[in-house]
Ligand binder design. Sequence first.
Ligand code: 13P
Length: 232
Amino acid sequence: MKFIIGNWKMNGNLAEKEAMFKALKNVKTNNKVIICLPFTLLYDNKYKTIIGAQDISQYSNGAYTGDISGEMLKDAGAEYVIVGHSERRFYHNETNDIVKAKAVVAIKNNLIPIICVGETDEEHHAGRTMSVVKKMVLESVPDDGEYIIAYEPRWAIGKGITPTPEEITAVHETIFKTLHSIHKEKTPILYGGSVKSDNASEISELPHVDGLLIGGASLKPETFLPIINSVK
Ligand code: 13P
């Protein structure tokens, strides 16, 4: 079983959600399809698609204007939540400490955090990918509980470029070994960054790739369904 997770980022309205969820109802797959929606679209999931959120407050309910708590996400029907996406780390200055705190709160609320890690273009070119990713994993994961790791090289997100299969394999192996060193070797490791229908199958079959995290191509049934259908 592979994870095929859509991340809608700051996109989508009610009509687009309805169209996607209706289309997903007729898809036959042995894999686990999840859509991480903007907060505004989480409630009223009558199509039974598994849903997740894209962020969570590190605090419990209270005086935190604009934040959304784990309890609220659970109440709205979310089962998963992305934490530490590079866009949160970059635009909202989220550090590994904050990401870890968010993952801990998610687990406390029976949500499975999808913890994102990935190097910048500069780090990639400096040959620092492995050390950067390893440090991000070790500092971002909670001490206990179940979670998912998503490797998303920042330079590949939304750019139409991906690392080579060899590069993806090498980074996923590093993440696997890092998780093994903390007795978390069963943790699923996903790849994200410019996944499309023409590369989804190949990437999903690489060693230590347990699924895909998809941005742009998850927004419309005509681009998302071919990805789901191509992954065995
Ligand atoms: P793209 O698939 O649009 O490159 O985005 C990847 C991503 O950031 C998913 O979280």
